[in-house]
Design a protein around this ligand. Structure first.
Ligand code: NDP
Length: 303
């Protein structure tokens, strides 16, 4: 766990730090490894470029009702950039002065940059997911048959990214039929000629293709005793399995993937690459330059 203290709105209201400040806001925030990742990357940058010597990344515990006030205070204190985590990604989406067009279909922003007109919102989660799957499983989303598990906020971002990258087909499985239908209604208009379909996890269609990339975007696996969100052995043999969950690192889904001899990876890489892309938006330093330092810091913080 990072040694960064958990700050509050009261700390923000009294902010007088002269250097360049960055922050992550969440509720809860105490388990976030983002401060460890970003401060490790900033230390790496400062070692070769004195412009970064006074840059620092802080964490703030902000309940959802306080987000508007927090964004006002952060702007008044001239924070250069902000990351948003649960539950702020969707709330902040409607509150930015300017929205990156690529963030529009995700309906959520995880990165803000302060500009003269106010906060400019971006979403780097899709980049993080695609980059992690390519780097760790050797599979581009472009041209892949994807089976996406889940229909919440993370699944929406993942579905949008799969379509944006030009996947060959997208199948979505979710426990609750209503949430599945809502996600299908959002993503189908974005799909063009890419086939999109949905089903309940225990009712996989017989004609699903072999060689799919399975992506878990459910929270099944976060808690001890959670079931795997799908029975991998009942599917045509997938090519690879990516679980967005990284803590715990071995979920029931990844254990099943290992037992079947399938390439698999947990979600820490996604977290690292979305963070490195956010830092690129704030500094201009390409994400691939800072991702290794972030990965090492994230692993150490979780150890
Ligand atoms: P949401 O609460 O928005 O959605 C949760 C999803 O999980 C829903 O589809 C829900 O299904 C499903 N679900 C929950 N419990 C179960 C269960 N026991 N069995 C089957 N399905 C279940 O959460 P998010 O979309 O924000 O996050 C989802 C996961 O993604 C989390 O584990 C989160 O940690 C991870 N994540 C990882 C990131 C990374 O950088 N690695 C980034 C963002 C998220 P239903 O509709 O039926 O309720």
């Amino acid at each position: 766990m990072s040694a960064e203290p958990v700050l509050t709105l009261a700390d923000l209201a009294a902010w007088a730090r002269p250097g360049t400040s960055l922050a992550v806001l969440g509720h809860p925030i105490k388990h976030s490894v983002s401060p460890a990742m970003h401060n490790a990357a900033l230390a790496q940058l400062a070692a070769v470029d004195p412009r970064y010597a006074d840059w620092r990344y802080f964490r703030f515990e902000v309940p959802p009702d306080d987000l508007p006030r927090a964004l006002e205070l952060l702007q008044a204190a001239r924070f250069h950039g902000v990351n948003l985590t649960v539950p702020h990604k969707v709330i902040a989406f409607g509150r930015v002065a300017r929205l990156d067009p690529a963030a529009q279909p995700a309906g959520a922003v995880n990165t803000l940059r302060l500009e003269p007109a106010g906060w400019h919102g971006f979403n780097t989660d899709g980049y993080g997911l695609a980059t992690a799957i390519r780097a760790e499983l050797g599979r581009p989303l472009a041209g892949a048959h994807v089976l996406l598990l889940g229909a919440g906020g993370a699944a929406r971002g993942a579905a949008v990214e799969c379509l944006r990258q030009g996947c060959a087909s997208l199948a979505i499985a979710n426990r609750s039929a209503g949430n599945l239908q809502a996600l299908l209604d959002i993503v189908r208009p974005l799909a063009g000629a890419i086939p999109v379909r949905g089903f309940a996890p225990g009712e996989a269609p017989a004609d699903l293709p072999a060689g799919m990339i399975v992506i878990n975007a459910t929270s099944a696996g976060l808690r001890p005793g959670d079931p795997a969100p799908v029975d991998l052995a009942a599917l045509p043999r997938p090519a690879a399995v990516y679980d967005m969950i990284y803590n715990p690192p071995r979920t029931p889904l990844l254990q099943a993937a290992a037992a079947l001899g399938l390439p698999h990876a947990h979600g820490l890489g996604m977290l690292v690459h979305q963070g490195a892309k956010a830092l690129e938006l704030w500094t201009g330093v390409p994400a691939h330059c800072t991702a290794p330092a972030m990965a090492a810091a994230a692993r150490a913080a979780l150890a």
